[in-house]
Design a protein around this ligand. Structure first.
Ligand code: NDP
Length: 477
């Protein structure tokens, strides 16, 4: 065969990825379960490059140069296993199967192990950027063996997005499921970012009394500063949009129930397993889930509480500045939590992930792309084993400078009855890290009381138990 790469699964993602490879000069073999889609792609976009359409798995494999590199872009889950079962018997030692779907990293670990035993490289790749990204340059997070990256890396570097310093937004993340794990956390952070932006919007609307257009304008201004990011940019566009049918702001005609496909939930589930406090991401997932509970929200007319009072124009402008500070401070905390999770996953699974390079490849192509990520990259470049982003001097200074406004915004939200679970969880996390003593000592006392779970002392080594039901003397635990 002559094709340097093959793509099977030609729905929106696979189709755009295949075109991206072809536009970058690679010969691309094409395959889809329903063959008509393969031919439709060639009919429509054949002129963009060199495609080799294949109707059967055998034809597809035969079209590929060796070692073969074939990308699976099908519905994540059982379909991925089905496609692997179909192709693996046709492959030879050294060939590379790339799964570009949103697989759970545990599935990727299982698949990688099974295929490794058959001499086939299996590379789970996180791809972010949606269909536009797939076509024009996504952020790419490949896992799998080092060896597989040697064969695959040069191709991915050609189709990836380019960071502002012109480097491609792809890097080998680490063995087996590391790429899909990092993509999962990326999506968790994306949930948190979106929730924080939504809270900022809610406050500007309810407390500052701004119209959606005015908020769009405010976000556009923020987007020229340290919050410069794709999500702020598109938020302004959504808010400025008017519904053609009614003439109302678009945001006012959309049902206020947020849906999810599951990667945010995975992030939180895995964080619980790893014991990593990702409270901001968790609140974002819960906020979506709460919004969707129509029956639960039926009490909206009957539960008493304050209604927000309008501010004067000057007060509103001042409040908007404070909200910017609160958003930025909360964002620092979200990323602190997300990177902590990556660090914990890396330790648990022995991936040796370079956190600075993760920040670097998120600078372009993906949904959370932002100027901010260059700062994170810088922090990890300065100290590779930085224990937490909040241990970085500059981030600590910035969050310190923002904190008065951050606290004021949350206090206002509480007084006026505007829910801000993301802002508040972030501030609580920050204050917990600041605390010299936490009430966890009391928790330990309670656990020892009812369950004899023992505790450690501040002044002596060892574990201890108090005889709560007896004379309350202390014994070694
Ligand atoms: P879908 O997830 O909608 O999957 C459709 C594709 O899967 C079709 O090509 C379909 O073939 C194929 N397929 C489904 N079941 C089987 C099966 N049992 N055997 C063989 N082929 C099967 O496509 P998307 O393009 O939206 O997404 C592809 C992957 O990329 C998913 O894992 C998704 O999570 C991930 N992803 C998607 C993003 C997005 O923005 N959409 C962003 C990043 C990742 P047929 O035409 O024959 O039905």
């Amino acid at each position: 065969g002559t094709a340097q790469i093959g793509v099977t699964g030609l729905a929106v993602m696979g189709r755009n990825l295949a075109r991206n490879f072809a536009r970058n000069g690679f010969t691309v073999a094409l395959h889809n379960r329903t063959a008509s889609k393969t031919h439709a792609l060639v009919d429509e976009f054949g002129e963009e490059g060199v495609f080799v359409p294949a109707d059967s798995a055998e034809e597809f494999v035969a079209a590929l140069e060796r070692p073969r590199r074939l990308v699976i872009m099908v519905k994540a889950g059982d379909a991925t296993d089905a496609v692997i079962q179909e192709f693996a018997p046709l492959l030879e030692e050294g060939d590379v199967i790339i799964d570009g779907g949103n697989a759970h990293f545990a599935d990727t670990r299982r698949r990688e192990k099974e295929l490794r035993e058959r001499g086939i490289h299996f590379v789970g790749v996180g791809i972010s950027g949606g269909e536009e990204g797939a076509l024009h340059g996504p952020s790419i997070m490949p896992g799998g063996s080092k060896e597989s990256y040697e064969s695959l890396g040069p191709l991915l570097e050609r189709i990836a997005a380019k960071a502002p310093d012109d480097t491609p937004t792809v890097a080998h993340i680490g063995p087996d499921g590391a790429g899909h794990f990092v993509k999962m956390v990326h999506n968790g952070i994306e949930y948190a970012d979106m929730q924080l932006i939504a809270e900022a919007y809610h406050l500007l609307r309810a407390v500052a009394g701004y119209s959606p257009e005015k908020i769009a304008e405010t976000f556009r201004t923020w987007n020229t500063g340290r919050l410069d990011s794709y999500l702020i940019e598109i938020t302004a566009e959504v808010l400025a949009h008017r519904d053609a049918a009614t003439g109302k702001p678009f945001v006012d005609v959309v049902v206020d129930q947020a849906e999810q496909k599951g990667t945010g939930r995975w992030t939180v589930q895995i964080a619980l397993d790893l014991g990593v406090p990702v409270s901001g991401i968790a609140e974002a997932v819960f906020a979506r889930s709460l919004s969707g509970h129509a029956a639960l929200r039926d009490v909206s007319q009957t539960l008493p509480g304050p209604t927000a009072t309008a501010l004067s124009e000057d007060e509103a402008a001042r409040f908007a500045d404070r909200v910017e500070q609160a958003l930025y401070a909360s964002k620092i905390v979200s990323y602190t939590q997300g990177f902590h999770q990556i660090q914990a996953g890396s330790e648990e699974y022995g991936w040796n992930i370079d956190l600075g390079s993760v920040a670097a490849i998120w600078r372009a192509g993906c949904i959370i792309r932002a100027a901010f990520l260059d700062r994170i990259r810088g922090a990890y470049d300065a100290q590779r084993d930085l224990p937490s982003l909040l241990a970085d001097k500059q981030f600590a200074e910035e969050i310190g400078a923002a904190q008065d406004d951050w606290r004021e915004v949350i206090a206002t939200a509480v007084r006026q009855g505007v829910p801000t679970p993301g802002f508040a969880a972030a501030l609580s996390y920050y204050d917990a890290l600041r605390a010299e003593r936490l009430p966890a000592a009391l928790t330990q006392g309670q656990r020892d009381f009812f369950g004899a779970h023992t505790y450690r002392r501040t002044d002596r080594e060892g574990s201890f138990h108090t005889l709560w039901g007896g004379d309350r003397s202390e014994v070694s635990g």
